[in-house]
Ligand binder design. Structure first.
Ligand SMILES: [Zn+2]
Length: 319
């Protein structure tokens, strides 16, 4: 049997946890290089880093340039959209800087994003502002002819309306609605909008038995997988946990002695994860859960890993 290949379509590798900083406190040195190397040992062939603001995207671009198999999105997350109005004298300037960043680094930019709507976190950014810049960023996809990496939380009807208005972009370049946690009806409505819409599944999409039932109804040829690390790990309390075959040891941050860990623990790092920090290597677990829930479907797919891998290539590397 040939080895399974995976692509993590969403990893927040510029997060401070990969620099050893948790809740503002430093616990260990930067260990991103070993995190990335470990993920390739577990079958990942590519990782897409998600960018959420202009500065974060600049950092992300600098990061992915150092690795042949890393790519990044460029865009502004719904919770950060106030930056459009506050960072420079006008929003067009912010837009232009995003656009230049894409133009100057075309070979490493995989999609526009993440962008969309998040009505669970209106405390960070008001609804009207989120809507305004969600719509504006479709223009980036149009100009640069790239797929969209979309974020959608508790906003389904507004989200669908805005997608409909920009369906030309989606039909041409495609989109993924990442970290999906909606209902079966919402998934169906999204997939009906355009054959080029995919649904991104991570640990957060697989928490409850209802989540598992919803995911089992998505056609395999429309599924992509992600870790959303350092977030969205599959926890022992989740409905999905029983289906995991690959287990990682959990390693505690040494609360009393920040920075001690890296020097002491070098050899025991390989198969362990730091408690509370997800890593791209756990993508294998997302796939294991999907394989388990699809194996009991009426028409179990032959090779789910390969189907998802090909979906990913089709959307992000169409040529
Ligand atoms: Zn997101």
């Amino acid at each position: 049997m040939k080895a399974k290949k995976f692509i993590d379509i969403g990893a927040n590798l510029t997060d401070s946890m990969f620099k050893g900083v948790y809740n503002g406190k430093k616990y260990h040195d930067i260990d991103l290089d070993s995190v990335i190397k470990k993920s390739f040992e577990f079958g990942l062939t590519k990782i897409f880093v998600t960018g959420g603001s202009l500065d974060e995207c600049k950092e992300s671009v600098d990061l992915v340039k150092n690795y042949e198999n890393l790519y990044t999105t460029v865009g502004c997350h719904p919770t950060r959209c106030l930056e459009f109005e506050q960072k420079y004298t006008d929003s067009q300037k912010y837009f232009n800087y995003l656009s230049e960043l894409i133009k100057d680094n075309k070979d490493k930019i995989i999609a526009i994003g993440e962008y969309g709507l998040d009505y669970d976190r209106l405390n960070f950014c008001r609804k009207d502002i989120q809507i305004k810049y969600f719509e504006m960023q479709f223009e980036l996809a149009r100009i640069h002819q790239l797929p969209s990496f979309l974020h959608s939380r508790n906003c389904h009807s507004d989200f669908i309306e805005i997608l409909k208005k920009n369906i030309d972009v989606i039909d041409k370049f495609g989109a993924v609605v990442h970290s999906f946690t909606g209902t079966p009806e919402e998934a169906e409505e999204l997939l009906k909008l355009s054959p080029k819409i995919y649904i991104g599944i991570n640990g957060c999409s697989l928490k409850t038995s209802d989540n598992l039932k919803t995911v089992a109804q998505i056609p395999p040829n429309r599924i992509l997988i992600e870790t959303d690390s350092p977030w969205c790990e599959i926890k022992s309390t989740h409905a999905s946990h029983q289906y995991i075959k690959t287990h990682f040891k959990s390693k505690k941050r040494d609360k009393m002695n920040p920075c001690k860990m890296n020097t002491k623990d070098k050899n025991s790092n390989e198969n362990s994860l730091i408690k509370g920090r997800n890593e791209p290597c756990t993508l294998v677990q997302v796939l294991e859960v999907l394989e388990a829930i699809f194996s009991s479907s009426s028409q179990p797919p032959d090779d789910l890993a390969e189907i998802i891998y090909q979906n990913t290539l089709k959307l992000f590397f169409p040529s």
